[in-house]
Design a protein around this ligand. Sequence first.
Ligand SMILES: *Cc1c(COP(=O)(O)O)cnc(C)c1O
Length: 428
Amino acid sequence: MNYHSTRDIQQTATTRKAVEHGLAMDGGLFVPEKIELLPSSFWNNLQDMTYPEIAWTVMHPFFCEGLSHSSFQRIIDRVCTIPIPLSEYEDRTIVELFHGPTMAFKDIGATWMAALLGEYQQEADQDLHVLVATSGDTGGAVAAAFYQIEGIRVTILYPQNRVSLFQEQQMAGLGGNIRAIAVDGTFDDCQSLVKTAFQDQDLRRCLRMTSANSINIARWIPQCLPYIEAIRQSRIHQEPCTFVVPCGNLGNLSAGLLAQALGLPVSNWVASSNANDCFVRYLQNGIWSPKPTVHTLASAMDVGLPNNMERIHYLNGSTWNHSKDRIKGLSVSDKEIASTILQVFQQYGLKIDPHTATAWYALDKVVHHVGARPMIMGTAHSSKFDETIHSILGLPHYKAAEIKYAANKRKTMMNDFAWFKEMLLSEP
Ligand SMILES: *Cc1c(COP(=O)(O)O)cnc(C)c1O
């Protein structure tokens, strides 16, 4: 399969080039050149398939290029070690995307990408540098997925003091081929440092670099699998369902729209955001006006300028009308997140994390009439955000001793591209 830029269909790349470059040369995001409906026999027989069979069938056209049958099977085996169970609560289902190594949904895409690049590296003679900007969860997921993969070095930039100590531990605690650096700035600053690095001629000449952000097709495309797996398990495929998705950089939601383009039966999409409401405002008024990122309880969704909007435009044919008819959006304040966490705990004895809480709240507010059972994409395990949740619930919180360790090992840097470039060149 070839890919082309969201900005120019003439800017094409093979699968491998698209994965290794991350971003198209014109700064656009890669999208598949062909998105075809999976045959109706696939959708009709979903219930008789296993998750690995689904993963194979759906992903093979996108990623098979240049890989042997056994290489591809190794990738499938690795990604399918992360189970995706459903849990039921009266009128709704939670799709639990948080059973990977770092207990957040980004593990699914990161594991796929690491397995894929690991297979590519088998025949490479130069190390590959993976550069990542993260608001918290991506970094941990990428660190866990790439740890000890031969021939790959990972550099993670995250905003200083904007991630939890637990997240910092997951990124900075591994060492080895994983380097994590706290930047004196926001997530958007981290992201622009990484973007600038990819466009820098000297760096491009000296290093083989790739991005592991959700913009990379190797992370983005596999994120459509959980939607299909959820439909298989819920056995409600006769009736189109509603998916409620907590949104930040819009990777998860746009992967869901990709699954729909492959034939996933969906009647409604609900996009929940935190106070960073750029996409939600766009759905309301058709105006795209990013604002600076604000810090919220759902910190992994603190994105002022969601990159994957270009893919949503592409998949929705660029029209606002089409987007606003398909997707309902709601921005959820910290106060509403906290009251939702409290209410769900009181009602079900269930702890939900602040990101999933935005979706829970949005479902109550936005969807008045839904045909089939609504499915909430549960993006993180509550224990990742124990500190926040326990203070909302008034429960005691115990800090794990080893967390101090990551804080001690913290590497920091100014929000300065020249410095970042120098570091990449001098200590690759
Ligand atoms: C990254 C993340 C999100 C947002 O996903 P996007 O693909 O960036 O929209 C939501 N919840 C959690 C827990 C996350 O880590």
